[in-house]
Design a protein around this ligand. Structure first.
Ligand SMILES: C[S@@+](CC[C@H](N)C(=O)[O-])C[C@H]1O[C@@H](n2cnc3c(N)ncnc32)[C@H](O)[C@@H]1O
Ligand SMILES: Nc1nc2[nH]cc(C(=O)O)c2c(=O)[nH]1
Ligand code: SF4
Ligand SMILES: [Mg+2]
Length: 272
């Protein structure tokens, strides 16, 4: 179900909007079980709820159909919770797109908290909402994520006809990718990990600068053990190029390394 996106990155599919559903609803791109593939909880069986729509446009986004070409069905919260409960898991990962773009994500997180689930929220760190989150899995976006004429997304052939306005997004992405206030509020609110997508050594200066700024801005410690370097790669082939140099950088700088287990196991298959 292709939809258009508005200026703030919200998804809007006109006639088919949430109005048909009683109560709060979310645009859902996919809902599935898998092993958490990234971060400190890698390997934990989890239910993944992937909302559609993003306020950024990373050129490498492995969830193209939630960002560059947002696609979804609207589901009421009760329907989402029933789907989650149909799986035998106690960990839920709310991801996207950017899940905190949607105010309704707060009500979903509250309902999951009431039911005793452990919740991880995968977020780009530009939006802070007051919600019960057990682990904020924050992936601040570096300059190397910005789409440029030389680094265009390759999903869906959109870059070939320019229909996704990559040129416009270069400015918007660059202007919005870091919000220090939102980042500080997120790390102050709950347990967190900072998961940086690393392409090569040129990313490291920016990571160190951002950490210094965040440590100045936040009222809580931001220890190196909460900082994870994750190799850029949506496919096994790409990870084969990036994983060893990312692991070497983690060792050199004293940060942690996180694999992308799901890519190793299932490559770029949907619902994994
Ligand atoms: C699709 S994003 C959704 C959540 C949120 N928008 C964000 O970026 O954190 C989920 C995770 O995948 C990571 N990711 C996306 N594309 C990637 C790629 N090509 N290589 C490595 N990590 C990637 C993001 O950095 C984030 O940690
Ligand atoms: N298995 C698996 N683990 C993940 N951890 C974070 C993911 C995400 O897309 O946010 C993700 C994902 O898409 N699949
Ligand atoms: S912020 Fe996340 S969902 Fe948005 S484009 Fe970047 S990786 Fe994709
Ligand atoms: Mg993913």
């Amino acid at each position: 179900m292709p939809v258009s996106d508005s200026a703030d990155g919200h998804v809007d599919d006109g006639d088919q909007a949430a109005a048909d559903i009683d109560g709060p609803a979310l645009p859902i791109n996919e809902l599935f079980t898998s092993l958490q593939g990234e971060g400190t909880l890698a390997g934990v069986p989890s239910v993944f709820v992937r909302t559609s729509g993003c306020n950024l446009r990373c050129w490498f986004c492995d969830s193209y159909h939630t960002s560059w070409e947002p696609t979804h069905a609207w589901l009421g919260l009760e329907e989402i919770i029933a789907e989650i409960e149909s799986f035998d898991a106690d960990h839920v990962v709310l991801t996207g797109g950017e899940p905190l773009l949607h105010e309704e994500s707060v009500a979903l997180l509250e309902a999951l908290d009431d039911r005793g689930y452990h919740t991880t929220v995968e977020t780009n760190g530009t939006i802070d909402r007051d919600a019960p989150i057990d682990l904020a899995s924050i992936s601040p976006k570096l300059e190397s994520s910005t789409p440029t004429p030389a680094r265009a997304p390759d999903g869906g052939g959109a870059s070939a006809n320019g229909s996704k306005n990559e040129g416009e997004w270069e400015q918007r992405h660059e202007a919005n990718r870091i919000d220090l206030e939102a980042l500080a509020a997120l790390v102050e609110a709950t347990d967190f990990q900072l998961k940086f997508v690393v392409t090569d050594e040129s990313d490291m200066d920016e990571i160190l600068e951002l950490l210094a700024d965040l440590r100045d801005a936040a009222d809580v410690p931001v220890p190196d053990q909460n900082v994870l370097l994750m190799p850029e790669g949506a496919t096994r082939e790409r990870l084969a190029e990036t994983r060893n140099r990312t692991a070497d950088l983690a060792l050199e700088y004293g940060f942690r390394y996180t694999p992308r287990l799901h890519v190793d196991l299932w490559n770029d298959a949907p619902e994994t």
